[in-house]
Design a protein around this ligand. Structure first.
Ligand SMILES: O=C(O)C(=O)C[C@]1(C(=O)O)C=C[C@@H](O)C=C1
Length: 361
């Protein structure tokens, strides 16, 4: 128990909180009014309404200035919603994501943009790219990598054809629940989920539901939808899916491995501005010759640019030729990174910068 340091009663303390909330509300509305004015100025100057670099500046300034005891980690979440709501007053922002509603991509999208953006579910990763390319959505969000299952090759392949840029990455801890209409384990005669989620819960399923058929479907959210109409089935999906599709949680956190993270990419038409703690993703292809990969990496090594990932994908047009995807620390406008990329271009058939964006914390 925290020692009591006040002589006020509970009622008095709550009255004090009410008075502060009234002031916060008044200030929120004054802030919203200013955001509307900012929106008018921007419209007059034909500038983008959404300004991620300004948002970052606000988060960082407030976190630095926070004297406590309000937790600094909470500032980002609170301000993300304030800014998301303010932006919706300037201009509605559409974000396409790999749906249906309640997928982990949907959760990552809400985590990144706040709840006041307009979220548009898409049936496939190519459909998310198309929404952004055609300008029907300002941004798109797609999964790219899971810490236990590896890369989402579909997303990497899209960058071969698309010129969209990676604007941000979002890291989300993926935790699976078993959901059903009744909430009772003994009623479960069939389980539905996405193959990756099923793989991540294999041991739990074998131990707790031996012999029960497990059916692959296109997403964890679709599994939750299906189970909404079937009292004898259960879905492996997020807790958020339970609230959205009116299901009960049979068991929480049934994944075999804790620390299961998925990385998502936010894609848009423009390159993100430099932010101070950025990373860059690029892809390149090379002729198949001895020592070529070593030479590819040398421009970065000799300038001290650290590489955090290298992936290869087959070039579909030609057998046994590969495209490499590289993640490195720094923004493409940093002189060291720019020089290394320039040198790389000298050895490659092609090099494409997929984006420079803030490193997820
Ligand atoms: O400063 C701006 O450019 C604004 O539009 C205001 C504001 C905010 O609420 O602070 C809202 C949205 C932008 O993405 C960044 C900041």
């Amino acid at each position: 128990m925290v020692p009591v340091r006040t002589t006020k009663s509970l009622d008095e303390l709550r009255r004090d909180i009410d008075a502060i909330d009234d002031r916060i509300l008044e200030l929120l509305n004054r802030r919203a009014g200013l955001a509307i004015d900012v929106g008018r100025v921007k419209a007059g100057q034909k500038r983008d309404f959404h300004s991620p670099s300004r948002e970052r500046e606000i988060y960082e300034r407030l976190t630095r200035a926070n004297p406590g005891p309000f937790p600094s980690e909470a500032i980002r979440g609170v301000y993300r919603e304030i800014i998301s709501a303010s932006l919706s007053l300037e201009a509605p922002m559409k974000v396409a994501f790999l749906g249906p509603k309640a997928t982990f991509t949907h959760l990552a999208t809400m985590q990144h943009f706040g709840l006041s953006a307009e979220f548009v579910p898409q049936k496939s990763i190519p459909a998310v790219f198309e929404e952004v390319e055609k300008g029907r959505a300002l941004y798109g969000v797609v999964p790219v990598e899971n810490s236990t299952e590896g890369m989402v090759s579909h997303t990497l392949d899209m960058f071969m054809e698309s010129d969209l840029k990676i604007n941000a990455e979002v890291l989300l801890e993926v935790s699976h629940d078993l959901l059903s209409r009744t909430g009772r384990l003994e009623d479960v005669k069939k389980v539905y989920s996405h193959p990756q989620a099923i793989a991540q819960c294999r041991t739990w399923l074998d131990e707790n539901l031996p012999g029960v058929p497990v059916v692959d479907v296109a997403s964890t959210a679709l599994a939750a939808q299906i189970v909404g109409d079937d009292y004898t089935a259960a879905a492996i999906a997020s807790e958020f899916a339970a609230s959205l599709y009116d299901l009960k949680v049979v068991r929480k956190r049934i994944e075999d491995q804790v620390n299961n993270f998925t990385r998502f990419l936010v894609i848009g038409k423009k390159m993100a501005e430099q932010g101070g703690d950025d990373k860059t993703s690029l892809m390149f292809s090379v002729k198949d010759e001895p020592g070529i990969l070593y030479r590819m990496l040398e421009p970065f090594a000799k300038r001290g640019v650290s590489l955090s990932k290298i992936e290869s994908r087959p070039l579909k047009k030609k057998a046994w030729e590969y495209i490499f995807f590289l993640d490195l620390t720094g923004h493409v406008t940093d002189p060291m990174v720019a020089d290394a990329v320039q040198e790389l271009k000298g050895y490659c058939q092609f090099v494409k910068i997929l984006g420079s964006y803030p490193r997820a914390k």
